[in-house]
Design a protein around this ligand. Structure first.
Ligand code: UD1
Length: 429
């Protein structure tokens, strides 16, 4: 199993190109199931989760062609995928495939909407809490699906097709909103989703669905209205930049010092995180190439932050912020409100000498002057990268084990960081 070796202490200087957003690319690829015609997606990141989803879609009979590089393409440019679901030959998504990645469960929505049936294994994914699918099922039932659970599979049927409905989510859910949105595009009549997730990735998917002939309005707000259409056609869409990758590198620069341009990043996608970083002592400016981050000379200031649905501070940056606060000049408080049990990184950060105590959903981090490198274990996707950030700032050598979690969500992490002066390498095997 691959490991990542880091020798900490170097400042980061240079340019980091930001990849397409994993959390948009996955539902966009799944949306390809909604049409018989080809959906072309540009700027798809090269990630293990994308490869895994390609496998799942192929199993349903989807042809996916990845276009090769063109002269003049930047080495980091995302790939272009041509997704053709002309014939869906299988409406079952098996356990062996779905258990690797939670988002693959979302295929249930387009399969049900287009084929009127789906049999999808209950999902797996990062171990960050129980992560149920009750609200996804509730949304599909509102749209007229008959759902049973048998042998670890969710079996959904809608013999006469789905019908538009009012779907009011009792809590904000990204997965629930994606599923309701995709299913409703091909339902008969109008669907109104209230208390919808407002994440930019939902809006990106809605934009793509509209290019495909869907009639979606209000995405990006808590009230989304979808007028169902009989069929969707092909389209071409560019995946928006990854705000979590952007925030992660912004934190790495704030931690190590230096001056980095996050090329292609869009500030409006992560304003709350940029505000927190400014409070912590980062100097952030925006130009037409992206976001530039450096650290002022005063050291890292402590902050008090709670995670929240968009536009609040993202749970997917919580672990990285905790790594940063491990070196703050004072005590910080971070409260996790989205996922229970999303503190697996705490014990690993302690190996660097971080002083963190937990009280329910709140972590108190007492900043220390220096972290020291250590062997650590990646536990989930975002937790893993917090260990990389800590390793970049720590004195001496860090070895991050089980990096397959990182490969699920960060494209060429070690290349991007070493191009900015970090001593970081992958050790294969
Ligand atoms: C998505 C993101 C993930 C991010 C999370 C929150 C993708 C591929 N993943 O995950 O990176 O951390 O949003 O921003 O986009 N819940 C229920 N019942 C359900 C569904 C969810 O109780 O049926 C709960 C969850 O356990 C959690 C909360 O709702 O406590 C939010 O989950 P949700 O927004 O659905 O997260 P994901 O879509 O899984």
């Amino acid at each position: 199993m691959d490991r990542i070796r880091i020798v900490g202490g170097s400042k980061l200087n240079g340019t980091i190109p930001i990849s397409g957003a994993k959390n948009a690319a996955l539902p966009l690829m799944i949306a390809g199931l909604l049409s018989e015609e080809t959906l072309i997606l540009d700027n798809v990141p090269r990630l293990a989760d994308v490869v895994n989803l390609q496998r799942i879609l192929s199993n349903h009979g989807v042809d996916i062609m990845s276009a090769g590089k063109r002269p003049g393409d930047h080495e980091y440019q995302g790939q272009t995928l041509h997704i053709s679901a002309a014939n869906i030959i299988d409406t079952t998504a098996p356990y062996e495939l779905v258990s690797k990645m939670r988002a693959s469960f979302w295929v249930i929505a387009p399969l049900l909407a287009r084929m009127h049936e789906a049999r999808v294994s209950l999902p797996g994914g990062c171990a960050i809490g129980t992560r149920p699918v009750d609200l996804l099922i509730m949304a599909l039932e509102k749209l007229g699906a008959i759902i049973t659970i048998d042998g670890g599979y969710v079996i959904a049927k809608a013999p006469g097709g789905l019908k538009g409905a009012a779907i009011d989510f009792p809590k904000v859910t990204v997965s629930g909103t994606h599923v309701a949105l995709m299913a409703a595009t091909l339902a008969k009549g109008t669907t109104v989703i209230t208390n919808a997730a407002c994440e930019p990735e939902i809006q990106d998917v809605a934009d793509c669905l509209n290019k495909m002939g869907g009639r979606v309005s209000g995405a990006g707000t808590p009230r989304i209205v979808i007028e169902g259409v009989a069929r969707l056609h092909g389209a071409r869409h560019t995946v928006l930049p990854d705000r979590i990758e952007t925030g992660t590198y912004a934190m790495a620069v704030t931690m190590t010092g230096g001056d980095v341009l996050l090329a292609g990043a869009r500030p409006e996608l992560l304003q709350s995180a940029l505000d927190v970083l400014t409070q912590a002592g980062a100097v952030i400016s925006v130009n037409n190439e992206g976001i530039r981050v450096s650290r002022n000379g005063a050291g890292i200031m402590p902050v008090t932050v709670s995670t929240a649905p968009f536009p609040g501070f993202p749970t997917d940056l919580q672990a990285q912020l905790m790594a940063l606060m491990a070196c703050a000049k004072g005590s910080s408080h971070i409260t996790e409100t989205i996922f229970e049990n999303r503190f697996m990184h705490v014990q690993e950060l302690a190996r660097f000498g971080a002083r963190i105590s937990l009280d329910g959903e709140t972590a108190t981090i007492d900043g220390v002057a220096k972290l020291r490198g250590a062997p650590v274990m990646a536990t989930d996707l975002r937790a893993s990268v917090s260990l990389v950030i800590a390793g970049l700032a720590a004195e001496g050598e860090t070895m991050v084990n089980r990096v397959y979690h990182l490969d699920r969500g960060f494209e060429r992490l070690e290349d991007k960081l070493s191009a900015c002066g970090a001593t970081i390498e992958r050790i294969s095997g």
